[in-house]
Ligand binder design. Structure first.
Ligand SMILES: CC(C)(COP(=O)(O)OP(=O)(O)OC[C@H]1O[C@@H](n2cnc3c(N)ncnc32)[C@H](O)[C@@H]1O)[C@@H](O)C(=O)NCCC(=O)NCCS
Ligand SMILES: Nc1ncnc2c1ncn2[C@@H]1O[C@H](COP(=O)(O)OP(=O)(O)OP(=O)(O)O)[C@@H](O)[C@H]1O
Length: 197
């Protein structure tokens, strides 16, 4: 079974992903893959340099993530331009990792994909698990975690589909407003239900 773990920015995907990892599930992490495909010396990083200019490259030749983030989260056109460059490379590497894990004999794999709905990847997974929080909690946690201003946090939240829409497309939803223990409890219930199916 391929579990697609999703949500929106700062809703708690990494928190749930870490719980799944502790339970022994192998994870394919789209955010991590998104970092690997733009490492220094890659073709994708070169294409980004050509499209967005030298200002998105740091002095040491690596991607200046803060600068590129400021550009793409304030412009839907620029965001689409970056997605068109990066998403095919991310998808290819994620599928490679998935096949590798299946060949190793794992029968359940978790794919942590923040943009599962936005990129219409529902058919890549068997079950969709959405981690959700209220809008207020999402905004507060995002500002606290990344030290973002209200404007920076709002721009990032608005660049994704609302959590209420994602909840409707889920096979199961974890409500992550409460304690970590409550989140883990919900996760374990969902997993045991899916195992019995
Ligand atoms: C713009 C970048 C360099 C900013 O880097 P930064 O370190 O500040 O953020 P990080 O990579 O940790 O992403 C944090 C979160 O932002 C959200 N996010 C990232 N990219 C996008 C996007 N193109 N559209 C909407 N939300 C996005 C996701 O929820 C993600 O979990 C980076 O987010 C990136 O490379 N984005 C494009 C690739 C992508 O779409 N990644 C999302 C997972 S496939
Ligand atoms: N139940 C909880 N109680 C308190 N804080 C939490 C809880 N769940 C997550 N957090 C905190 O909220 C922030 C966002 O959580 P997390 O990093 O797991 O979100 P995410 O969905 O993976 O975000 P991103 O899309 O940016 O990768 C983190 O600082 C995390 O420690």
């Amino acid at each position: 079974m391929i579990i697609g773990l999703t949500g929106s920015i700062a809703s708690g995907k990494s928190t749930v992903s870490n719980m799944l990892k502790e339970l022994g599930y192998p994870i394919v992490d789209a955010d991590l893959v998104a970092r690997v495909v733009v490492e220094k010396g890659t073709k994708t990083l070169e294409t980004i340099r050509e499209a967005f200019g030298e200002e998105v490259i740091s002095e040491d030749g690596t991607l200046n993530r803060e600068e590129l983030g400021n550009i793409i989260f304030s412009s839907p056109q620029k965001r689409k331009q970056l997605n068109d460059i990066m998403h095919p490379a991310i998808r290819e590497e994620m599928l490679r990792q998935k096949h590798f894990l299946l060949e190793k004999g794992y029968d359940t794999i978790v794919m942590d994909i923040p943009l599962l709905f936005e990129s219409k990847l529902q058919s890549y997974v068997d079950k969709i698990l959405v981690v959700t929080v209220t809008e207020e909690t999402q905004l507060n946690r995002l500002m606290a975690r990344n030290n973002y201003s209200l404007e920076e946090a709002t721009a990032r939240i608005q660049s994704q589909l609302p959590l209420s829409i994602k909840e409707q497309g889920a096979d199961a939803v974890i409500y992550n407003n409460g304690t970590l223990e409550y989140t883990k409890e919900q996760l374990q219930k969902i997993l045991s239900l899916w195992k019995k199916e």
